[in-house]
Design a protein. Structure first.
Length: 54
C-alpha cells in the first residue's frame, strides 16, 4: 500500500501508462513523494483553492 513505490508500480502496470502521463493527488506528503520518485506528477492536496492553482 501507499507510500510503498510497488503500489504505484502496480497501478501504472494496470493502467498501461507511463508515469509521466499520470497525475496523483493525495493529502499525505509521504505518498506524494513516493509517487514523485517514480516520475509521476504528484500534488499535495491541502485545500480546494490551492489545488485549483496548482
Amino acid at each position: 500500500l501507499k507510500p510503498d513505490p510497488a503500489f504505484f508500480q502496480r497501478i501504472l502496470g494496470g493502467l498501461g501508462a507511463p508515469p509521466e502521463e499520470c497525475v496523483f493527488i493525495d493529502d499525505r506528503p509521504e505518498n506524494v513523494e513516493s509517487a514523485r520518485t517514480l516520475g509521476i506528477d504528484a500534488l499535495h492536496f491541502q485545500s480546494l483553492e490551492k489545488l485549483e492553482t496548482d
